[in-house]
Ligand binder design. Structure first.
Ligand code: ACO
Length: 338
């Protein structure tokens, strides 16, 4: 994990894309035995975005990436690596990242997918940071993208109310000694990544891999869709989001008070509230969009970050603590001064 007194990598630009179809809690009330009141109280979600037929994961990634490249002032031809965090790829093989590479007109370079579920974007950022910090690479595109609506069992009320589609992206490049207006170094200050396979069974898409190649029977049982033990995830999410955030702060020698914004994975408002309470951070410094977007897994942090930057809420020189946890379970954090 990185721990740099002088950051060597910086976020040069951010972008996101949300498909236009909105599915509200009222829509879900017509599909399964649920209610707006239950979903709102237990999760904080009011609506989520759904991708129209014909559009695929690499399309969502492309739109987010183009916006990030434009903001960064970096041309696709100048990318040295493309990392796509996703658990909903275009297809099992090849990587969604190579379809994205093609769509962006990026040059021949390493382009690959990273499977760390909701923590995929944080894992990707940390990886990019290592390559840029050593001087091996200059411009790395990191995308978090999910088309979860295609792997949800829309007749399972315990999962279908939670998830949504979307993409977020950042372009990372050398910090080159950039400073904030108050003279503080801008860039990636620390990252922390962790996984614990002991809880692998808590959240999975059981069929479609080598364990259970897809059969007609398995399709009928929806075994190719998301299966989750929600309460297992809930408990560990609160604990680990807190500890990963604390780890990133400790590595950078900072306290929660010195952070301008917390940008947490948008899984569930109750998880966010409890983790933030433990960190003793004021609620007004916590960024959220879960009510409009739902849980978009690896896309959730870069979507929220870009929305917050574009709306002018989060500004150059602000310190942002990002933290995420998801299937695996895998979790992590990144502390960045923009
Ligand atoms: N509408 C109405 N009732 C429902 C629904 C629904 N959509 N879903 C479940 N219920 C019912 C259950 O059947 C149960 O009924 P019963 O008491 O008659 O058996 C009752 O509500 C309570 O169910 P619980 O599972 O105990 O509800 P809980 O308070 O744990 O909330 C939830 C469920 C929201 C899934 C919660 O456990 C959670 O948020 N877990 C975290 C999971 C998560 O965020 N996963 C995303 C991926 S991982 C990540 O991003 C961190």
């Amino acid at each position: 994990m990185s721990q740099l007194t002088t950051p060597r990598t910086r976020i040069l630009g951010t972008g996101h894309y949300l498909p236009e179809i909105v599915r509200t809690n009222a829509d879900l009330e017509k599909m399964v035995d649920t209610s707006d009141a239950w979903i709102t109280e237990r999760t904080g979600i009011k609506e989520r975005r759904i991708t129209p037929e014909g559009m695929v994961t690499s399309d969502l990634a492309q739109f987010a990436a183009e916006r990030a490249l434009e903001r960064a002032g970096v041309a696709a031809k100048d990318l040295d690596m493309i990392v796509v965090g996703t658990v909903t790829p275009d297809m099992p093989m090849p990587a969604t990242a190579v379809f994205l590479q093609q769509k962006l007109g990026a040059p021949i370079c390493p382009a690959f997918d990273l499977s760390a579920a909701c923590a995929g974007f944080i894992f990707g950022m940390s990886l990019a940071d290592q390559f840029i910090s050593t001087g091996a690479m200059k411009h790395v595109l990191v995308v978090g993208v999910e088309l979860l609506s295609r792997v949800i069992n829309w007749s399972d009320r315990t999962t279908c109310v939670l998830f949504g589609d979307g993409a977020g992206a950042v372009v990372l490049g050398p910090a080159d000694g950039a400073k904030s207006a108050s003279g503080k170094p801008r860039g990636v200050l620390s990252t922390k990544l962790l996984s614990d396979g002991a809880l692998a069974q808590s959240l999975m898409i059981p069929a479609g891999g080598s364990v259970s190649p897809v059969t007609h029977d398995l399709l009928e049982q929806h075994r190719n869709k998301v299966h989750m033990r929600g309460q297992d995830i809930f408990k560990v999410a609160v604990k680990n989001l807190y500890s990963a955030s604390k780890n990133a702060l400790d590595l950078a020698g900072m306290t929660p008070d010195e952070v301008d914004w917390i940008c947490p994975h948008q899984a569930n408002m109750r998880i966010i509230d409890l983790a933030v309470q433990r960190l003793a951070v004021k609620r007004e410094r916590v960024l959220t969009n879960i009510e409009r977007v739902g849980n978009t897994s690896s896309a959730s942090i870069p979507i929220l970050l870009d929305e917050s930057v574009r709306s002018g809420k989060v500004n150059e020189g602000d310190t942002v603590l990002m933290c995420a946890l998801g299937a695996g379970i895998s979790w992590g954090s990144a502390l960045v001064r923009l």
